[in-house]
Ligand binder design. Structure first.
Ligand code: NAP
Ligand code: ZN
Length: 350
């Protein structure tokens, strides 16, 4: 076992506290990573506050990890000491089910192991559940460790490991590119990376935000149009405009209103995960052959492809680096939609 400094939370209304955790001994296929930066994803908040009703406490969130390889197991071939690496939402999967064999570990039917809050044997993680990236070190099996290309700073790369891949995967799956009208709903952590990626893929990009307060930023990041959803006229003006709408909003939305913005054969993809049902009128989908879909992160191969794409196109997240003792304040600002556009914890402050 090796120890690491970490920040953990022990109750839904608790505050983050500094603690020391243990990481497992290096197995032959394991990589020990010195964490440099960890992004704060809204999923961290959902879990820290038990909004999905399955949180295992004490919880150490964090699945946007960037760091440097400190040691490798005897059989590791993919990474070496000193490499710049990242870890996203998954740290293992069954490797045998149809999804894993097809290289889509995020849809593993055997049960994949998430970077934090997944049940694992005590030998893997003392305490019996995985602990994430709000920490100084982590041990991960090599397949789930990504290479961060030279040219992207580790700080701006960290959020790509979740926010980046969560947008990249559906943009690719639903063929965003030249001639396609793509809307991104919500200009937060996920949304702002989505704007950059969709624009780099060549799509015509529209941001649908609650207000116009971030319009200048949205256009600077590559959006071609920016509308306020608080203005009812937006929903009239944009009726049947889009081929693809990616909904990154963390709160429940009147989704039927957004579905009506899809053109024939258009798809609205749910990415945001409030714990509440959505209502869609049958007439809304039937009349224009629209689809309502969902998507979760992306595969390991696709995550590497995304990182390479970002390096090629000079894409990183827009970040505000914070010290670890400010996690609670950062959560409050994310909840108030006052994030520009991802908080990233500097692990050196732990
Ligand atoms: P975030 O930074 O808080 O961004 C969410 C954005 O949604 C906000 O910035 C805000 O944008 C908008 N919003 C918030 N409350 C709203 C409301 N009541 N009505 C309308 N719009 C609202 O969060 P994030 O980190 O991007 O994560 C977003 C969601 O995606 C979370 O639920 C998270 O759990 C989920 N997620 C899913 C996956 C996946 O694989 N599917 C991966 C990661 C995260 P504006 O100010 O522009 O309106
Ligand atoms: Zn996330």
């Amino acid at each position: 076992m090796t120890t690491a400094a970490a920040y953990s939370v022990s109750a839904p209304d608790g505050r983050f506290e500094k603690t020391t955790i243990e990481r497992r001994e290096l197995g032959p296929h394991d990589v020990l990573i010195d964490i440099k930066y960890a992004g704060i994803c809204h999923s961290d908040i959902h879990i820290a506050r038990n909004e999905w009703h399955g949180t295992r406490y004490p919880a150490v969130p964090g699945h946007e990890i960037a760091g440097i390889v400190a040691a490798v197991g005897s059989a590791v071939s993919k990474h070496k000491v000193g490499d710049r690496v990242g870890v996203g939402c998954m740290v293992d999967s069954c490797g045998e089910c149809a999804s894993c064999v097809a290289g889509e570990e995020q849809y593993c039917t055997g049960g994949n192991t998430m970077t934090y809050n997944s049940v694992v044997p005590e030998s893997v993680q003392p305490g019996g559940h995985t602990l994430g990236g709000y920490s100084t070190r982590v041990v991960v099996t090599e397949h789930f460790v990504l290479s961060i290309p030279e040219g992207i700073g580790l700080d701006v790369a960290a959020p790509l490991l979740c926010a980046g891949i969560t947008l990249f995967s559906p943009l690719r799956h639903w063929n965003a590119g030249p001639g396609k009208q793509v809307a991104i709903v919500g200009m937060g952590g996920l949304g702002h990376v989505g704007v950059k990626l969709a624009a780099a893929m060549g799509a015509e990009v529209t941001v649908l935000s609650q207000s116009l307060s971030k319009q200048e930023d949205g256009l600077r990041l590559g959006a071609h149009h920016y509308y306020a959803t608080s203005d009812k006229q937006t929903f009239k003006d944009l009726r049947r405009r889009f081929d693809l709408i990616l909904n990154t909003v963390s709160a429940p939305l009147p989704i039927d209103n957004y579905m009506r913005l899809l053109n024939l054969d258009g798809t609205l993809v749910i990415l945001g995960l409030p714990d509440s049902p959505l209502t869609v009128q049958p007439f809304t989908v039937v009349g224009v052959r629209r689809s309502l879909a969902g998507s979760t992160i992306g595969s390991i191969a696709e995550t590497q492809e995304m990182l390479n794409f970002c390096a090629e196109h000079g894409i990183g997240a827009e970040i505000e680096v914070i010290s670890a003792d400010r996690i609670d304040d950062a959560y409050a600002r994310v909840l108030a939609s006052d994030v520009r556009y991802r908080f990233v914890i500097d692990a050196a402050t732990m």
